[in-house]
Ligand binder design. Structure first.
Ligand SMILES: Cc1cc2nc3c(=O)[nH]c(=O)nc-3n(C[C@H](O)[C@H](O)[C@H](O)COP(=O)(O)OP(=O)(O)OC[C@H]3O[C@@H](n4cnc5c(N)ncnc54)[C@H](O)[C@@H]3O)c2cc1C
Ligand SMILES: NC(=O)c1ccc[n+]([C@@H]2O[C@H](COP(=O)([O-])OP(=O)(O)OC[C@H]3O[C@@H](n4cnc5c(N)ncnc54)[C@H](O)[C@@H]3O)[C@@H](O)[C@H]2O)c1
Length: 451
């Protein structure tokens, strides 16, 4: 059986749902195919439930800061309201009917099933081939990567998809991976009383960010009683029916009731029939140009497009694909000012290049930084004021090419820095701007003076 349509969107995560809904609103005949839940990883297993966990954990931490600052407070953590909020408010008990109705309400046709590319302009799902006259958009996202660590297969390890569904907390947990997923969940669980060991194979936490970011994260987590292990990855895993034991590359062992694997994501291009449209099925991502085109009448958005795994990126790329398919003008993709925030406390936000990336790309680099505790607002804030602002300038062009903002509102302060990098605002102008007193973002002015 085959059906003619204008556009097929394969995978309705953040990017795919946005593209399918908007194209349908613009009058195209769109079929959206989703095997799991419309909306994808972010609302059901990732951003939204984990940020609810982070919010609850931060409330506990703030309450614990009352002593010495505002009197005395005692707090008894209870996971039940967190689990209930995730179930009832965030995920509708992992039911996507609202999202399906919203998509169909925009005029798209929805097909539940696992689709596969079946040659140019063709997608097959459960025996029906949809033939797209305008194009196919791949938005199949990514899945948790579970590396072939000796002994791990068959053990009851968790990934982010399990961790957000738990109703009861374990007593202890080993978290593999010191990236954003690992660190956000490590701190949230630890603040609820779980004894957490986090294991990062690289020499520091958040290895792709500034070294100062990983050092700050390690210092803060260790101060909260978390066992931080860096420089040695997991080599083997054992589960004796009750507890996990993880042997690290340096021969040491760590053990816990639960094991959370947070070592990155992968895309299975073989499973979506990439070879039928001339793409390499063993590639890590779909290769795209600056209009997200992967071939004639073929686009990819979001995690699968390989430029980073963020919801705001999938939405940004979705807008470009929508314009391209509708024949509308607009700028091509520009990743110079890609912002990212790890929602630990302190939040660790960054935009553009790190100092090392800027130097490696041959730029003439100068950096300036300031410590949040030594700014007026940071000093006033006191308990929980850890953080810094670091600026990376290209001195030939006289503009910022990157910045990191870590602190109690690190992600919000990042907004100003993202504008500076995106808009190529001359450093001279930034230096002569007025920064409100006493804000944490006023620290940008201090860091600029160091440049
Ligand atoms: C724990 C965690 C926390 C995160 N927190 C944040 C955050 O705070 N901020 C942020 O910006 N990003 C965050 N992210 C990243 C963010 O979730 C992803 O970047 C985003 O979901 C990517 O959207 P996407 O459209 O590429 O794909 P996804 O959301 O992965 O959706 C892809 C969809 O395609 C479907 N699919 C796949 N193959 C097929 C097929 N063959 N047929 C039919 N359907 C298919 C899948 O079922 C899925 O629903 C987080 C990620 C994790 C894991
Ligand atoms: N706040 C956010 O925006 C947010 C939150 C979570 C995730 N995300 C995105 O989702 C994606 C996945 O995040 P992630 O943290 O899973 O992946 P990641 O790749 O960012 O980090 C995984 C870490 O695991 C380490 N690792 C790999 N193998 C290991 C092993 N065997 N033992 C110990 N450590 C090992 C890596 O060195 C790396 O530091 C990222 O692209 C991230 O940007 C974004």
């Amino acid at each position: 059986m085959s059906e003619q349509v204008d556009v097929v969107v394969l995978g309705l995560g953040v990017g795919g749902e946005h593209v399918a809904g908007t194209l349908a609103e613009n009058g195209l005949n769109v079929v959206g195919i989703e095997g799991r839940l419309v909306g994808g990883e972010c609302p059901y297993y990732a951003c939204v439930p984990t940020k609810m966990m982070v919010r609850a954990a931060d409330l506990l931490a703030e309450t614990r800061r009352v002593d010495g600052m505002a009197g005395h407070a005692e707090v008894t953590p209870d996971w039940a309201p967190v689990a209930a909020r995730i179930r009832d408010e965030a995920t509708d008990d992992w039911n996507d009917q609202v999202a399906v109705d919203r998509l169909v309400g925009k005029g798209a046709r929805f097909v539940r099933g696992w689709g596969r590319l079946a040659g140019p302009g063709r997608v097959e799902v459960d025996g029906t081939v949809y033939e797209a006259s305008r194009g196919v958009v791949i938005g199949t996202g990514s899945a948790p990567l579970v590396p072939p660590i000796d002994g791990i297969e068959g053990t009851p390890y968790w990934t982010n998809r399990d961790a957000v569904q738990i109703k009861e907390l374990p007593e202890s947990m080993v978290v593999l991976g010191g990236g954003p997923v690992g660190l956000e969940l490590t701190q949230a669980f630890a603040r609820f009383g779980v004894r957490v060991t986090v294991v990062e194979m690289a020499e520091r936490l958040l290895p792709s960010e500034e070294p100062e970011s990983g050092e700050l994260a390690a210092r803060v987590l260790e101060a909260e009683g978390i066992d931080v292990r860096v420089g040695s990855g997991a080599e083997s895993v054992r589960h004796d029916g009750e507890r996990f034991t993880v042997t690290l590359a340096d021969g040491t062992e760590v053990g816990a009731e639960r094991l959370l694997v947070a070592v990155g994501r992968y895309c299975d291009l073989g499973a979506i029939g990439a070879d039928t449209v001339g793409l390499d099925p063993s590639a890590k991502f779909v290769e795209v140009d600056d209009r997200l085109r992967a071939g004639d009448g073929l686009w990819a958005v979001g995690d699968v497009a390989g430029h980073g795994a963020f919801t705001h990126l999938a939405m940004y790329q979705g807008d470009i694909v929508i314009r391209d398919i509708l024949g509308q003008d607009g700028p091509p993709a520009d990743y110079r000012a890609l912002p990212r925030v790890t929602f630990t406390d302190p939040e660790i936000g960054a935009v553009g290049l790190t100092e090392a990336q800027a130097r490696d790309s041959g730029l003439t680099v100068r950096t300036g930084s300031t410590q949040v505790p030594s700014t007026s607002r940071g000093w006033i804030h006191k308990a929980g004021n850890d953080g810094f602002i670091k600026l990376v300038a290209d001195t030939d062009q006289g503009v910022l090419v990157g910045a990191t903002s870590a602190g109690p509102t690190g992600g919000e302060v990042l907004g100003a820095l993202a504008v500076a990098v995106h808009g190529r605002v001359p450093v001279e102008q930034l230096k002569h701007m007025i920064y409100a007193y006493p804000t944490i973002h006023r620290g940008i002015g201090d860091a600029l003076r160091e440049l």
